[in-house]
Design a binder for this molecule. Structure first.
Ligand code: C5P
Length: 205
């Protein structure tokens, strides 16, 4: 069984994917981490994320980079979003994601193009979303909880900029697959969002 979970940043898709993987006993791949690693590697190489050649060279990042805490920062998220517009980068990361999706026994993958490009054949497709204000508040609360001093208006602006770039790119833009179930988590707490996602998967099995 392949479960595809797509959606914008801070929608809750990561939490939901992890819980679905746990609940259904499936391995999970956070595909955003791959793009974050490429963005981080470009930065470490002193390259330009807007430059397709620099971004493609960074696709050869060492696997150890995937465990780097710097990958989680909003700054790296922005770099990831900039390198992910290059079709050559997306193509270079395709096989790894496709192999994960089609492994024996199934898998859960989350990202932006899982239901549309990586696994259009997924058994269940969820598009997890929430209003940008709700997502900004979540991200802000999470960062405050980590002791960071951040401004809510700045976070909202960053989120909206990232959404625009992810939706507006020519190759594999963030889009709802025609056969995806849209789960709006704006009015849901963590447990309610997870319960709703589990219900969708169970109904599809
Ligand atoms: O999900 P996360 O915030 O970690 O993703 C970081 C960035 O990587 C996204 O803003 C998006 O530009 C890119 N991405 C992508 N396709 C995916 C996953 C992430 O383009 N499947």
């Amino acid at each position: 069984m392949i479960i595809a979970v797509d959606g914008p940043t801070a929608s809750g898709k990561g939490t939901i994917s992890k819980e679905l993987a746990h609940r259904f006993g499936l391995p999970h791949l956070d595909t955003g981490l791959l793009y974050r690693a490429v963005g981080r590697q470009v930065f470490l190489d002193g390259g330009d994320p807007e430059n397709a050649g620099d971004a493609l060279a960074a696709v050869t990042f060492p696997d150890s980079l995937l465990g780097d805490p710097a990958l989680r920062s909003e700054e790296t998220g922005g770099l990831a979003s900039r390198v992910s517009v290059h079709p050559a980068v997306r193509k270079a990361l395709f096989d790894r994601q496709r192999a994960f999706a089609t492994q024996a026994g199934g898998a859960v993958l989350d990202g932006r193009d899982i239901g549309t490009i990586i696994a259009p054949d997924a058994n269940v497709k969820l598009f997890v979303t929430a209003t940008s204000n709700v997502r900004a508040k979540r991200r802000w609360a999470e960062m405050c909880g980590r002791g960071l001093e951040v401004d809510l208006a700045d976070i909202l602006a960053q989120i909206e900029r990232r959404d625009e770039r992810d939706k507006g790119r020519g190759d594999a833009p963030l889009a709802v697959a025609p056969d995806a179930y849209v789960l709006d988590t704006s009015g849901l707490d963590r447990d309610a969002a997870i319960a709703a996602a589990i219900e969708v998967v169970e109904a599809a099995c």
